[in-house]
Design a protein around this ligand. Structure first.
Ligand code: NDP
Length: 240
């Protein structure tokens, strides 16, 4: 039986590339998204992967969404917590809403998805949870106390849950991407982006499928001895 994989924010950017890579690897894939219906429709038409809409930052909606996926597709074996947003601003200008949205979606989304899927994985003795962090969660970033805190939290969440899953065949890992050429990075002003690229040793932005290859490997049968790890895929930025 094919493994059932769900990718949050799986219809666009890095998530879209991960959805496609997991399907190519033989998984039955479901993508979640937040509300961009036009993009989700185009994604499903192009890939044949069904898309389910809910806010991963909403605990009840996530439990209901995952229950619907399990009823319609099957028990969830692989979760890729990829959905994420930015609400950048320096602390003195950042509103509580901008702080809370990022914590609720980027970090709370990981908890909400794990609450829905981890118990079943544990009972069945096999599972893969892959959390998408960020180089900025490792290094901090000016104007991103919310995003850096949420992404840094993902790395702690990963190590703690990995300890709970290890003896049940459930691995939990993170990927910390560097700067990748998606809509999220397209929103960064060109002058700022130029300075960022100048600090990336390989001298370019990454591509979504370069993150997807890492995620597909961590989701595979062969990756069962890797757990609690963070894989940095960042063109050599911050080599630590
Ligand atoms: P995009 O902005 O291109 O895509 C974001 C995806 O997440 C969309 O599918 C969006 O759905 C979905 N999404 C947003 N909010 C929610 C929500 N509340 N509930 C469910 N889905 C949601 O992002 P990227 O592909 O660039 O980033 C993907 C992940 O990688 C994020 O976690 C990001 O923080 C991380 N990352 C990205 C980097 C980069 O350089 N791009 C660098 C490091 C980390 P919809 O289409 O409906 O809006």
């Amino acid at each position: 039986m094919a493994r059932v994989a769900i990718v949050t924010g799986g219809t666009r950017g890095i998530g879209e590339a991960i959805s496609i890579a997991l399907k190519a690897q033989g998984c039955t894939v479901v993508a979640n998204y937040a509300g961009n219906e036009a993009k989700a429709r185009a994604f499903t038409e192009a890939t044949g992967i069904p898309a389910y809409c809910w806010d991963v930052g909403d605990h009840e909606a996530t439990q209901a969404g995952c229950a619907r996926v399990e009823a319609e597709v099957g028990p969830i074996d692989v979760v890729v917590n990829n959905a994420g947003v930015t609400r950048d601003g320096t602390l003195h200008k950042m509103s509580f809403e901008d702080w809370n949205d990022v914590m609720r979606i980027n970090l709370g989304g990981c908890f909400n998805m794990a609450k829905a899927a981890f118990p079943g994985m544990r009972e069945r003795g096999w599972g893969r949870i892959i959390n998408i962090g960020s180089v900025n969660g490792q290094s901090g970033q000016y104007g991103q106390v919310n995003y850096a805190a949420a992404k840094s939290g993902i790395h702690g969440f990963t190590k703690a849950l990995a300890q709970e899953g290890a003896k049940f065949g459930v691995t939990v890992n993170a990927i910390a991407p560097g700067y990748i050429d998606t809509d999220m990075v397209a929103a960064v002003p060109a002058s700022v982006l130029e300075k960022i690229i100048a600090k990336i040793p390989v001298g370019r932005l990454g591509h979504a499928d370069e993150i997807a290859r890492g995620a597909a490997f961590l989701a595979s049968e062969e990756a069962g001895f890797i757990t609690g790890s963070t894989v940095s895929i960042n063109g050599g930025q911050h080599m630590y």
